[in-house]
Write a protein that binds this ligand. Structure first.
Ligand code: AMO
Length: 428
């Protein structure tokens, strides 16, 4: 077998002309022209033309498109317009046959619907548009980690199997755990807050779980969350962190993922700082002006956010929500205890992130738990840490999958998640 790959296709260069190379990849196209066969070979980095002549061509036999092959040959200049070089093949070995008909067309000439693509996701990854989305997601993950580390946040990994709710009782998946009931974590909320007592600034990028029976383009039962928590910061400070992080991601993708944007067919427009900050009460006024029957204290429905989103396209913060609409750990405003030091980051109608300043007085937390019908005893382990010198702290959680949809201009999170999980999809 000659599958020792000597070069990725993108690494072929004029210095290698006349030298022997071994390329490995998938046969994207194959044209038999009498005494010659032209093969297009693709690997994850690019495509190359392979010329097959003479005895090798006569004995080529049956080669299926999309089979995986290793090609040994000599690199040479080419007259072909679409390629920089070509390889004159000396040996072609099929390493794995593709059995036709394939369930989806990886070239994308025949479009398949999203369910068919998701059911055959590995093959869908050979479609250049899909591959570009995941190359871009890889880049976004790198830039998030790098930027947060530069801002002196320490990466943590919190447990996903937990003994009690982190966000309150709703939307929890439970599982049998050696005779006890355990839950899948909805967020790292309690752990990230606790970590501020020693590490000050922490972040986590992990999957979390919501037993939400939602059938929309923005809800999954397993999603990737980017979370931060920072001691000695107020909610304005962590909004600044979020704003600069989002801009950094956009700048970096615009600059470093040009090929991916072209293949996806969507150009990333870098948003300008500062993002507009609209208070919840201003938002209610705008909705009333637009003829909506909403009052201060009402939660904002999807239909409301669509109206606000049309008036404020792009990124903006919705701040100072009524305390009763926010989780038990969010702190009230000093000047008006009915309002909270909280925010959502919106992209048009889409909620990308929510966060705020936290309560750090354990008695206040217990009383808020009670008000929200939660049992403080269930949170005893968490509340202990508040007697060990808990600093004032703030943070946020951002849905990575939702952020990705804004970068690729497609409003279905299933496009940006390898194997999405929703109420109707548990496999593959
Ligand atoms: P929240 O519940 O608002 O806040 O979640 C934060 C962000 O996570 C994303 N998200 C989801 N994405 C896809 N599918 C879902 N089912 C889903 N649920 C949430 C959204 C959302 O804005 N602990 C707080 C954050 C904090 O205060 O630090 C929290 O979890 O983009």
């Amino acid at each position: 077998m000659t599958f020792v790959k000597t070069h990725d296709i993108a690494d072929l260069n004029s210095g290698l002309v006349g030298k022997d190379v071994v390329l490995c990849g998938w046969i994207e196209d194959l044209r038999k022209m009498g005494k010659m066969t032209f093969i297009t070979l693709r690997d994850v980095t690019g495509i190359s033309q392979i010329i097959v002549k003479g005895e090798l061509n006569e004995n080529l036999g049956e080669i299926n498109r999309q089979s995986v092959a290793s090609v040994s040959g000599t690199l040479q200049e080419t007259k072909a317009r679409d390629f920089d070089f070509e390889v004159k093949a000396q040996k072609i070995e099929i390493l794995g046959k593709a059995v036709h008909p394939l369930p989806v067309d990886p070239i994308g000439r025949l479009e398949s619907n999203i369910d068919t693509r998701l059911n055959h996701r590995a093959l869908d990854m050979r479609n250049q548009k899909t591959a570009s989305i995941f190359k871009m997601r890889h880049h976004v993950l790198q830039i998030l980690r790098q930027t947060l580390a530069e801002k002196k946040f320490i990466e943590i990994t919190t447990p996903k199997i937990i003994g009690s709710a982190s966000e309150g009782g709703a939307n929890l998946f439970s599982l049998e755990y050696f005779g006890k009931t355990a839950y899948l974590a909805q967020s790292p909320q309690l752990y990230k807050e606790q970590m501020t007592i020693g590490l000050e600034r922490v972040f986590e990028i992990s999957n979390f779980y919501r037993a939400e029976n939602s059938h929309t383009g923005r809800h999954l039962t397993e999603f990737t969350s980017v979370d931060i928590e920072a001691a000695f910061m107020d909610y304005d400070d962590v909004m600044d962190v979020l704003e600069s992080l989002v801009i950094k991601v956009y700048e970096s993708v615009a600059q470093n993922c040009k090929k991916e944007q072209e293949t996806i067919g969507h150009t990333v427009n870098i948003p300008k700082a500062p993002f507009e900050r609209i208070t919840y009460s201003k938002c209610i006024e705008e909705l009333q002006e637009a003829g909506q029957k909403v009052e201060i204290g009402d939660d904002l429905l999807d239909s409301h956010l669509r109206i606000i989103g049309e008036r404020h396209p792009g990124f903006y913060f919705l701040t100072d929500w009524p305390i009763k609409l926010k989780p038990f750990y969010i702190r009230e405003k000093d000047e008006d205890a009915t309002l909270s030091r909280s925010f959502d980051l919106q992209y048009g109608y889409l909620e990308l992130s929510s966060g705020g300043m936290r309560l750090h007085n354990p008695e206040m937390i217990k009383s808020r738990l009670g008000e929200q019908g939660l049992d403080p005893a269930q949170f005893a382990d968490h509340l202990k840490a508040f007697d060990w010198g808990m600093p004032p702290h703030s943070g946020w959680g951002m849905g990575l999958d939702r952020l990705m949809t804004t970068l690729i201009g497609i409003d279905n999170v299933r496009e940006v998640v390898l194997y999405p999980r929703d109420p109707d999809r548990l496999g593959p």
